[in-house]
Design a protein around this ligand. Structure first.
Ligand code: H79
Length: 436
């Protein structure tokens, strides 16, 4: 592919690297999808999936009453799990705003919540030292000026231009663009320093019934964002691929761990759910296991990317027991093994991963981390080609020494002795100190 060279601003590569440094070091964040759809409790796309109009959706607004909302608890759970930043849906595709916006009545202060929930999130997470992110949906299935397109809940069955034109005759995207600029201005000026803006998403269509950079006014929007919050980190969903500085990071959504290998060398964050949907989905029963979640985290770091793992709080404002259990198990692992995640990336090619393991690497401390996916029952682990390359080996969880010696059959290899009993971690980690 031809490298994008067009620029919107004038930031140098070095300046960008500096701006992105904390984000790359932190590696692990919490996504939070919370809105009126949490009450329907059957996917955040419920309005689209069931073709519900504004009148039909009104019951979720009327019912919204987050009486158990305790953002300090959310922040404590995120922090305990080892997450360093969070991104909350200030508005999802349904158009409902969790914040107190001057530009709409469709907002939390006008529900039984009677207050700005975004402000409470910001205060609580900031107090715990977590970085603050806002998700803001470019799509808006409630706003009267947002034109009906191919994926709108009220999209016509007959896909002719004439039927779209008839539906859209009183809708004006120019006014909607202004609404977005106004709301993003509120979000980026009323809550102090905002670290991340996660805009979602573009779907340009040749027939004109999708939306992309022209419909959103993406160039102007990004300029505004950078002016209001110069340090902010912005995702890549504004459809500005033709610009070198049109995005800060790529966003592989719900992709497999195999797929993540392809992102090495790029700046990226994979967003993933516990259970398949982003909004609270009561009846969903395909929750990822502890091992699958660890694999996502380790695989992301071992390919040089971040993981943002999503929680969909209930309509009452709590993380349900399944999310809480998943976070608890992550906190157990991260408590002992986070050194193999923070500030880490993929290992140089000269280090080969031992059997059934994945490697992460800290360039500053010159430590290599071997994540043991299958604990050897032989009590031995071959470190292929490692002779002369390491000076010390220990388990990361308890810093207990692991003895090793050159292999009798191949002196380039080392043979490390492991205890018969696997440490009490689903995937234990060995820390190797490199000689250079
Ligand atoms: O906020 C979460 C999701 O609701 C949102 N992004 C994450 C972070 C998201 N979900 N899907 N998408 C973004 C991409 C849209 C995919 C689509 Fe389709 C494919 C839209 C139209 C075709 C899926 C299939 C939805 C409708 C049909």
């Amino acid at each position: 592919p031809v490298l994008a060279q067009k620029m919107i601003g004038n930031e140098t590569d070095a300046q960008k690297e500096k701006r992105m440094e904390w984000w790359k070091d932190d590696r692990f964040g919490m996504f939070i999808h919370w809105g009126l759809y949490s009450g329907a409790a059957r996917h955040e796309w419920v309005k689209h999936n069931e073709k519900i109009d504004n009148a039909g959706y009104q019951k979720y607004f009327d019912q919204f009453n987050p009486d158990l909302f305790d953002p300090q608890k959310w922040a404590a759970q995120a922090k305990a799990a080892g997450m360093k930043y969070a991104v909350l849906t200030t508005k999802h595709h349904e158009g409902f705003c969790l914040f107190d916006s001057k530009y709409t009545d469709y907002k939390a202060p006008n529900t039984q919540a009677k207050r700005d929930l975004v402000r409470e999130y910001v205060n609580a997470f900031r107090a715990q030292g977590l970085k603050i992110g806002f998700y803001y949906s470019l799509l808006d299935w409630h706003h009267p000026d947002y034109t009906i397109d191919e994926i709108h809940p009220q999209s016509p069955k007959d896909k002719s231009d004439a039927s779209y034109a008839a539906l859209n005759k009183n809708r004006d995207m120019a006014k909607y663009r202004q609404y977005m600029r106004d709301q993003i201005t509120e979000l980026l000026t009323k809550y102090g320093k905002i670290d991340i803006l996660w805009l979602d998403f573009s779907f340009p269509r040749a027939d004109g019934h999708g939306k992309g950079k022209d419909e959103w006014g993406s160039v102007e929007l990004l300029k505004l964002i950078r002016k209001l919050q110069p340090g902010i980190i912005v995702d890549n969903r504004l459809n500005l691929e033709e610009y070198k500085d049109g995005a800060d990071f790529e966003t592989p959504e719900q992709v497999s761990t195999k797929e993540l290998l392809k992102y090495r060398g790029k700046t990226w964050e994979t967003c993933q759910t516990f259970s398949g949907s982003w909004g609270y989905y009561r009846d969903e029963n395909t929750w990822k296991t502890h091992r699958q979640l660890l694999d996502l985290l380790i695989t992301s770091t071992s390919n040089g990317g971040n993981l943002i793992l999503n929680v969909g709080p209930t309509a009452r404002g709590e993380f349900d027991y399944r999310a809480t259990r998943a976070l608890d198990s992550l906190s157990h692992w991260m408590h002992a093994n986070s050194t193999a995640i923070y500030n880490c990336t993929y290992a140089p090619d000269t280090y080969k991963a031992p059997d059934s393991s994945k490697l992460t690497y800290n360039q500053t401390t010159k430590r290599l981390y071997v994540h043991l996916y299958n604990y050897p029952n032989t009590g031995k682990l071959i470190l292929p080609g490692y002779n002369g390359k390491i000076s010390y080996a220990q388990f990361l969880n308890d810093h207990s020494e692991l003895l090793y010696k050159p292999s009798a059959s191949n002196t380039e290899d080392l043979v490390l002795t492991l205890p018969a009993k696997k440490p009490d971690y689903e995937i234990p980690v060995i820390e190797l100190t490199l000689t250079n």
